[in-house]
Design a protein around this ligand. Structure first.
Ligand SMILES: *[C@@H]1O[C@H](CO)[C@@H](O)[C@H](O)[C@H]1NC(C)=O
Ligand SMILES: *[C@@H]1O[C@H](CO)[C@@H](O)[C@H](O)[C@H]1NC(C)=O
Ligand SMILES: *[C@@H]1O[C@H](CO)[C@@H](O)[C@H](O)[C@H]1NC(C)=O
Length: 931
């Protein structure tokens, strides 16, 4: 084959223009010990961007691979962040260096929620596939998969000191799980619609849930062990909220249901509805969160208002109730009422108080509240932060920052490169931005009308936009000002093309005309300075809406695409009709003419690209180009290669002479609207409905088409593999708990690697034995045989060191049994040498578990197993002793240091204080009873 024709590869070089993607949430993070509330992390398509709010700068990018980020959760110590993706993967990044070395794959579809436990040692993830998985962060492995919900998991929370988990789902249920037994011991059925969020309040004695209506339901939770302990003490009687009077009947129903389940379910805790708070918004809760101390609640629906509530502490509530009681007594005294002691019922609204509302400047997508700080991710690619004073009489929230500069609020519909390749512009529904190509910094941001087409005026000092309302807008870059708005057409101005002599432009519009314009310098009346304007010279009237116009580079011809699916060619000088190109079944949305004016390529909403000769209008070839409308088509300057982009999210490169597809640029997650190619052909910039702009760069790497196709097939295969042979059935109900991992391409590859390594090892051992035999028979030392370089590099350890530990179990599960006995023998030798004992033990136990029958019934393995038993035991004991010794040493050191410095170290001093107080209280009570 060889290189028939050399094509160069274009490669992704940057993602920008997106401030925060709508798919995921926003969180505050701490960076390099920086102050709290200064940095936020948001998803930006497949990456995570960390923004410095104060400076409005992107300070860190956590690189993703292919799938969009769907959830973010920082670790309690602030050093890591867990990132969930649309394909179900979870990766943990270090916020110190932005690198990820832990990844978990267990979900079949997008991760919808992630939470750490209080220590940061465990992670719970919930997904659209309805499963909940608990992961061990330290051992980097999955612990268990909890099945039971029947729809997307919307929240999953660990309880602090109990080994319990509470999860909520769109299936309207809240489930409590005992993690010791991996069993769901309680299902709360009190919601009649989706549960969209929940928070734990009052030292986890209250659960607040948000669902599809304006009611936030509060549930009192009592943990039964504690209840038993504190039996005998008078229970605080809590009244019901006045607010839920109206749906009392429903409550009774709920309670009745609850009572029925009680006998079976009330083992660990009991849960009673305590009332509800009404939100002002009528729609569903989109997010419901609290700050880290659970003092402030924040909640919003699908609009621009954030509602904030304060949760009062027990003392505060008591004080409030006392005040109320006093008032009531006074009133009673005044009224000379002998009805007896006035009663003040304690209601939920005395405990949770509306604080204030924040009206954001667009619909809110996500909220994260820190202490007195709120960060909002808005639905129009904006981040806003607010600070609030909760202690004020009328608490208000002030906007502290707004991040908008680095992107557009609405989709970018047109892009253009400057003639010197150094800058490009992007224009959306309300602004046009000019970017520095090398730094990707915004040079200018200017307000404009809804732009549909654009270009740099030769000289790169001005830009012209064509708008949806039919106007031409001219901007000057030096001053960043709008020079002129010209009413050009009576309909949308779809297309604009610079004349080859660079003296003017033509515009095509939905008003069925093509207009010719000439650049002109006129004296501005006000400033008496010369400024650029355009003068209308000629008009070409057509029968149909004009979608696209283009000059041939030799200026002889003019191509016009019309709404009736044809492309008509006219002579530029006389405006006489020359040719009509028939063939597309839907309108041509984009077209271009090659640099030598011989070829015209048209891209249509019918998904095809057609190549025509410009001499006779003959169709050379029709190519099925995209899986949806072709939105963009342009030749690479000075070549017969061209690029197309489609609503199928792809950008493709083609050869117009050989009719070959060269390369596909994938990356965008939504339809691609437009692309611009730099005049020297080295760069491409593209924009998409996913709000991202992407820069692509021509590399020096040649593309060999056969290899390219092969790679595409492989990628397709892996994709189908990743989707899994098991179809994703929402609410599969096999059992409640299942292994956490899933079969992926990686695990299959890992199993293959184990097999390869074992075979290698087998060969090598045989070689060594033959060598020994040869030595013995010859009676002298022979030179040893050549060792395989891999074995030299890794020792005979090769087969396991290639595994990632989070995939270990699944990889071993895929490993065929005939390899197991050998692996066991190897394990024995590892254990004897004391190599990676923990890892080997994990593998060993897992293998024993899954192949128990086959291993125990195999006579050959008897001695191996026997040896393994003694060796493992002694090794593990040894390790345990070492750890115990080290632990004791550390404790000793801690005591020494504490004695010397007279400070508490490593321990939470406040916790101890609490304990002491408690003890004192207990003692006091004891004294009292004796007295
Ligand atoms: C979107 O964001 C901008 C922030 O620049 C804001 O001014 C605008 O009102 C927002 N809302 C909508 C609906 O565009
Ligand atoms: C918010 O702004 C008002 C007036 O501008 C000011 O009086 C108030 O102190 C500010 N509040 C906060 C929390 O900064
Ligand atoms: C882009 O930024 C680089 C580096 O700061 C600078 O040298 C260059 O002049 C800038 N280009 C434009 C067009 O502003």
């Amino acid at each position: 084959m060889g290189l028939t024709k050399q094509y160069l590869r274009y490669a992704a070089s940057a993602v920008f223009g997106v401030i925060g993607s709508q798919k995921a949430n926003i969180v505050y993070v701490t960076l390099r010990g920086g102050e709290r509330g200064r940095y936020v992390a948001v998803a930006a398509c497949e990456h995570v961007f960390i923004w410095d709010i104060r400076k409005g700068e992107k300070v860190l990018i956590l690189q993703g691979q292919k799938h969009e980020v769907s959830f973010l959760c920082p670790s309690p110590d602030g050093v890591h962040i867990a990132v969930g993706y649309e394909d179900g993967a979870v990766r943990i990044f270090s916020l110190l260096n932005g690198e990820s070395n832990v990844s978990f794959s267990g979900h079949k579809s997008g991760v919808s929620v992630i939470n750490y436990d209080a220590l940061g040692a465990q992670l719970v993830t919930g997904s659209k596939d309805t499963d909940v998985i608990v992961w061990d962060v330290i051992n980097e492995c999955g612990l268990y998969r909890l099945k039971g919900h029947k729809d997307i998991i919307t929240q999953a929370l660990f309880l602090q000191d109990k080994n319990l988990l509470v999860t909520s789902s769109k299936d309207s249920f809240v489930k409590w799980w005992d993690l010791d037994t991996q069993h769901c011991f309680k299902t709360m059925v009190g919601h009649r619609s989706e549960v969209w969020g929940m928070v734990l309040l009052n030292q986890e004695n209250r659960l607040l849930t948000g669902s599809a209506d304006s009611e936030l339901r509060a549930w009192d939770i009592s943990y039964l062990e504690e209840v038993r302990k504190t039996e005998g003490e008078p229970k605080v009687k809590k009244g019901k909220s006045l607010l839920d009077d109206d749906d009392d009947d429903d409550d009774k129903e709920d309670h009745k249901k609850g009572d029925e389940d009680e006998s079976i379910e009330e083992r660990v805790l009991s849960c009673k509805k305590a009332g509800s708070i009404l939100r002002e918004a009528r729609d569903r809760v989109v997010s419901l969160t609290s700050d880290s101390k659970a003092k402030v609640l924040a909640c919003h629906g699908d609009d621009s208002v954030l509602e904030l509530f304060t949760v009062l502490s027990e003392e505060e509530v008591q004080r409030k109730m006392n005040k109320k009681l006093k008032k009531a007594k006074k009133k009673a005294a005044k009224a000379q009422d002998d009805a007896g002691e006035p009663v003040v019922e304690r209601a939920l609204k005395d405990e949770i108080i509306r604080l204030t509302n924040i009206k954001a400047s667009a619909k809110i997508r996500s909220v994260w509240s820190g202490e007195l700080k709120v960060a909002l991710l808005l639905q129009n690619n904006t981040i806003e932060t607010y600070s609030l004073k909760t202690l004020d009489k009328t608490p208000t929230a002030n906007k502290t920052a707004r991040l908008t500069l680095g992107g557009h609020r609405t989709d970018v519909r047109t892009l253009a490169f400057s003639s010197d390749n150094l800058a490009f512009l992007s224009a959306s529904g309300d602004t046009v931005k000019v970017w520095n190509r090398s730094t990707l910094q915004v040079i200018r941001t200017m307000a404009c009308d809804y732009a549909l087409c654009s270009l740099f005026v030769p000289g790169d000092r001005q830009i012209i936009l064509g708008t949806k309302s039919g106007k031409l807008q001219i901007f000057e870059l030096a001053s960043g000002s709008l020079l002129e708005t010209k009413e050009a057409h009576d309909g949308a101005l779809w297309s604009m093309c610079l004349a080859p002599d660079q003296r003017g432009v033509i515009t095509g519009s939905a008003d069925k005309t093509v207009k010719f314009w000439e650049f002109e310098l006129i004296k501005d009346k006000g400033t008496n300075q010369k400024r650029l304007t355009v003068k209308h010279t000629r008009t070409l009237q057509l029968e149909e809406d004009v979608l696209c116009v283009k000059f041939s580079p030799d200026h002889r011809l003019l191509a016009v695409s019309l709404l009736d699916c044809t492309v008509k060619i006219f002579y530029t000088d006389t405006l006489k009709f020359f040719l009509s190109l028939y063939g597309h079944k839907l309108p041509v949305l984009c077209l271009d003419i090659s640099h030598d004016s011989t070829l015209i390529a048209t891209g249509s909403a019918d998904r095809n690209v057609k190549l025509w000769g410009l001499d006779f209008g003959d169709c050379h070839r029709s190519l099925f180009a995209h899986d949806d409308s072709v939105m963009f088509l342009q030749f690479v300057p000075k070549t017969h290669l061209f690029f197309t982009a489609g609503k199928d999210r792809k950008i493709k490169q083609w050869d117009a002479d050989k009719f070959e597809h060269i390369q596909t640029l994938e990356g965008h997650h939504r339809e691609v609207w437009c692309v611009a190619i730099s005049p020297n052909g080295d760069h491409l910039v593209s924009s998409s409905h996913d709000k991202s702009l992407r820069l692509w760069e021509r590399t020096r790497e040649p593309i060999i088409l056969e290899e390219e196709r092969e790679m595409e097939r492989e990628a397709e295969f892996e994709e189908s593999m990743a989707k899994g042979d098991v179809p994703v059935v929402p609410g599969e109900t096999e059992g409640e708990a299942a292994p956490a991992g899933k079969k992926t391409v990686e695990t299959v590859k890992a199993a293959e690697r184990i097999m390869e390594a074992l075979e290698l090892y087998r060969d090598e051992t045989r070689k060594m034995e033959e060598h020994k035999y040869a030595c013995e028979s010859a009676g002298k030392e022979l030179p040893p045989p050549k060792c395989n370089p891999i074995l030299v590099a890794f020792g005979n350890w090769a087969c396991l060191c290639l595994l990632t530990t989070s995939e270990l179990e699944v990889s071993l599960l895929v490993l065929p049994f005939p390899y197991v006995p050998e692996l066991l023998k190897l394990f024995n030798s590892y254990i004897q040498q004391g190599l990676e004992v923990e890892l080997v033990c994990r593998c060993l136990f897992f293998l024993l578990k899954i192949h128990f029958g086959q291993i125990t019934s195999n006579q050959m393995l008897l001695s191996v197993i026997d040896e393994l038993r003694t060796n493992t035991l002694s090794r593990v004991c040894q390790i345990r002793d070492v750890m115990g010794f080290n632990g004791a040493a550390l404790q000793f050191l801690q005591r020494e240091i504490e004695n010397k410095e007279d400070v508490m170290f490593f321990a939470d001093a406040s916790g101890r204080l609490e304990e002491k107080k408690k003890k004192r209280r207990k003692r006091e009570r004891a004294v009292l009873t004796i007295a």
